[in-house]
Design a protein around this ligand. Sequence first.
Ligand SMILES: C[S@@+](CC[C@H](N)C(=O)[O-])C[C@H]1O[C@@H](n2cnc3c(N)ncnc32)[C@H](O)[C@@H]1O
Ligand SMILES: [Zn+2]
Length: 275
Amino acid sequence: MSLFRCPLCASPLTRTDRTYTCPKGHSFDRAREGYVHLLPANQKHAKDPGDDKEMAAARNRFLSGGWYAPLREALCRLALTYAPAGASVLDAGCGEGYYTAGVYAALSETGQVGQMAGVDLSKPSLRWAARREKAVEFAVASVYHLPVADTSVDLLLNCFSPLALDEFRRVLRPGGVYLYVVPAARHLWELKEVLYDGPYLNKEEDIPYEGFSYLEVVPVEAVLELPDRDTIRDLFSMTPYRWKTPKAGAARLEELDHLRVAAAFRVHVFHREPA
Ligand SMILES: C[S@@+](CC[C@H](N)C(=O)[O-])C[C@H]1O[C@@H](n2cnc3c(N)ncnc32)[C@H](O)[C@@H]1O
Ligand SMILES: [Zn+2]
């Protein structure tokens, strides 16, 4: 069974080795790595194509190095706390699947996952994700048009990805739980001090999104000792600073062969209220 629905007519999809098909005859090919392309042409946006190949590879190397393991462990703990037995789990904006695969592994050990899926706009990211965990379904799709049925998700994960509130409200069943990871005030502060003359702290705010109520906010913090230029460059390449750093700042970063930097996250844990 697939968690995905046909992006053209919303019927259930049947998965085979090569394709996903719906009863109305719409058919979607699976890539060699196993993910499926469910993004209709009219939902493609040149200005928002998702992470490119280089960013996906940098993120994959950095996360595979275990630098953000404390966040993954926190997400696994929260998933184990809140997922019911046999849960349907969706990672919206899953990237290269580091957290998706971690949460899947934790939940499958206790029988708490029935089916799990990840979606992202970035094909290069999904190539990595699909290789990480074969038991999770992955699709190229936008979080603003999730190819998923209404109220079909028990646990929704969103790590640093766009906040598509209407869709999240639609797909989460009432009583379902939404884990939303955002940067805390001092996240990557020392990196920003190198890049910018006047860096600013991230704002920390708790926002009562309509349809959701807070269960808790879980802070996760670590100090990273990045040991070499490649690791520092990978971290830089997976952040939005890659696009908005003055040349002088980027040059200063290139000079470093070691960086001690704070990683600080906040996991907002929401309960989907009944409609
Ligand atoms: C900062 S990355 C986070 C990826 C992953 N959750 C992680 O924490 O490693 C943001 C991700 O959102 C994806 N993205 C951006 N806009 C999107 C959209 N409209 N729909 C789906 N994914 C999107 C990007 O391709 C990228 O993989
Ligand atoms: Zn269809």
